[in-house]
Write a protein that binds this ligand. Structure first.
Ligand SMILES: *[C@@H]1O[C@H](CO)[C@@H](O)[C@H](O)[C@H]1NC(C)=O
Ligand SMILES: *[C@@H]1O[C@H](CO)[C@@H](O)[C@H](O)[C@H]1NC(C)=O
Ligand SMILES: *[C@@H]1O[C@H](CO)[C@@H](O)[C@H](O)[C@H]1NC(C)=O
Ligand SMILES: *[C@@H]1O[C@H](CO)[C@@H](O)[C@H](O)[C@H]1NC(C)=O
Ligand SMILES: *[C@@H]1O[C@H](CO)[C@@H](O)[C@H](O)[C@H]1NC(C)=O
Ligand SMILES: [Ca+2]
Length: 440
């Protein structure tokens, strides 16, 4: 199943980006395990600059064959290669210009009587050739960039598709087991004193149950908001989470909570990966755990927010998925509903959907000249940079300077200028998820 999807993806990409010249037989190329890494462009220095003559560097570009590696993860390397090519062409251009200047310098009248072709015109020809090359490489580079973005997207979808299929079966088995437990639990209540064999039945199945998230605890009758142990992926470890069994019917697994500034959220990639804080107060559950929870079932996200005036609003997204670490915990978020406004899709330029996770020590954002995580003291799915940042600094009152507080860009009045340039931060924030098809 896996190889088939790979091939489908590869040929889809190859078909879509036919601009790239693919060597010989496409199908053979796809099967080829080893992606060629050699740089197809050769830049050769041919000794010293000839007097007033041609540029001593030679580029051999054709047949300009760029191979899309079979392993999609390698596309990034190819992209880098093309960047290198581009830089090489740039430096080539520079050295040709230098060469031309040198040539001009050495064109002293009477220095020697040799009749040489006008260096000026030759230099221009060189320039033109280089410019052509440059634009070709630029085009190639942007094609490849598009391909890369498309692949990232497809890869995310593919990952989910596979999981959906796999989880259909897992969910079916799990729901059967959950049903069994609830039956056992209800039996349990009925025959408390009699039934000598009852104790045997009582404890056994419960031990073997797998609770993937808080909604499973809700299903077996748990109604108190508490810490529970969940196992979203039976092949992976189990861990503790805080379950909200009250909001909108309950069954919510809480991913993040802010309420009093007791936990510092300016943290490293490693900290955001494994999680930090206190599950009963302020915490980040951890990106690996969030990934496991969101790949286990189709999840919806609820965000509850409160400001210092006691205004409480919420945002609901009908899909929420966080990719794995290899895909830099990319965020996938669905349609909005709620009262707080859709700050995660604020505008075309501020959109947190499909963005990678960035921390002060790991820059995956879309801001080219700096690290949004460092600037805004947070780990988040930064764009360039933000219209929402729920992991910002905790401020107990209004603050000035960089807007690095807990921020939701569609909060009523948030963008209105305040006297003295003060900004307000949110007082409480909470992010939690629940299976899409869960009915409390
Ligand atoms: C090219 O691919 C086709 C289809 O898979 C295959 O039948 C053919 O043998 C290949 N040709 C070469 C030269 O490898
Ligand atoms: C458990 O399964 C039985 C039989 O399939 C069904 O009648 C019952 O409603 C189920 N209970 C729950 C809690 O899903
Ligand atoms: C939070 O941690 C960061 C990084 O370790 C540190 O620079 C900052 O001072 C801490 N903030 C508080 C309020 O302790
Ligand atoms: C468990 O999940 C983590 C986080 O996604 C992953 O890195 C790890 O490889 C998984 N382990 C197993 C045994 O699947
Ligand atoms: C948003 O939620 C409300 C309340 O649950 C519901 O009535 C409404 O249809 C939803 N709107 C959309 C667009 O889903
Ligand atoms: Ca950056």
């Amino acid at each position: 199943m896996k190889p088939a999807s790979f091939c489908w993806l590869s040929s889809a990409v190859l078909a879509a980006y036919g601009v790239l010249v693919v060597a010989n037989n496409e199908t053979e190329e796809i099967k080829d395990e080893t992606a060629r890494e050699a740089c197809p462009l050769r830049l050769e220095s041919r000794g010293k600059c000839e007097e007033g003559g041609e540029c001593p560097y030679q580029v051999s570009l054709p047949p300009l064959t760029i191979q899309l590696p079979r392993q999609l993860g390698r596309i990034e390397e190819v992209f880098k290669e093309v960047q290198n090519l581009k830089e090489m062409v740039n430096s080539l251009k520079k050295s040709c210009q230098d060469c031309k200047l040198q040539a001009d310098d050495s064109r002293d009248p009477g220095r020697n009587g040799q009749l040489s072709p006008s260096p000026g015109s030759l230099g221009e020809a060189d320039d033109n050739r280089v410019r052509e090359l440059e634009s070709e490489v630029n085009k190639l580079s942007s094609d490849l960039k598009n391909a890369k973005e498309e692949i990232d997207l497809l890869q995310g979808r593919l990952e989910k598709l596979n999981l959906v299929n796999m989880n259909n079966i897992e969910n079916y088995v799990d729901s059967k087991v959950a049903n069994l437990t609830s039956v056992v639990n209800s039996l349990d209540g009925k025959c408390s004193s009699k039934c000598p064999i009852q104790e045997q039945i009582q404890s056994r199945p419960v031990q073997h149950l797998i609770y993937k998230d808080c909604s499973d605890y809700y299903t077996i009758g748990k109604r108190s908001s508490e810490i529970y142990r969940v196992t979203p992926d039976p092949k992976n470890s189990s861990f503790e989470v805080f379950c909200d069994m009250e909001t909108m019917g309950g069954g919510w697994t809480v991913l993040q909570a802010r309420l009093d500034g007791s936990t510092n959220f300016t943290r490293t990639w490693r900290d955001y990966k494994v999680g930090f804080g206190n599950l009963r107060r302020e915490f980040w559950l951890g990106n690996d755990k969030i990934h496991l929870l969101t790949k286990s079932k189709e999840m919806i996200l609820r965000i509850d927010l409160e400001d210092f005036n006691g205004v409480k609003l919420y945002a609901l997204y009908d899909q929420f998925y966080v990719a794995n670490e290899f895909l830099r915990y990319r965020l996938h978020i669905g349609n909005y509903n709620g009262t707080a406004g859709d700050a995660l899709h604020f505008s075309k330029h501020y959109n947190h959907d499909l963005k990678f996770f960035t921390t002060p020590d790991r820059d995956n954002d879309r801001y080219p000249s700096g690290n949004c995580g460092l600037y805004y003291s947070s780990g988040w799915w930064f764009d360039a940079c933000l219209s929402a940042n729920l992991n910002g600094k905790y401020y107990h009152q209004k603050y000035r300077g960089v807007r690095n507080g807990i921020f939701w860009g569609t909060w009523p009045g948030i963008s209105e200028a305040q006297p003295g340039g003060y900004k307000s931060s949110l007082k409480e924030a909470k992010m939690m998820i629940r299976p899409k098809h869960f009915k409390p």
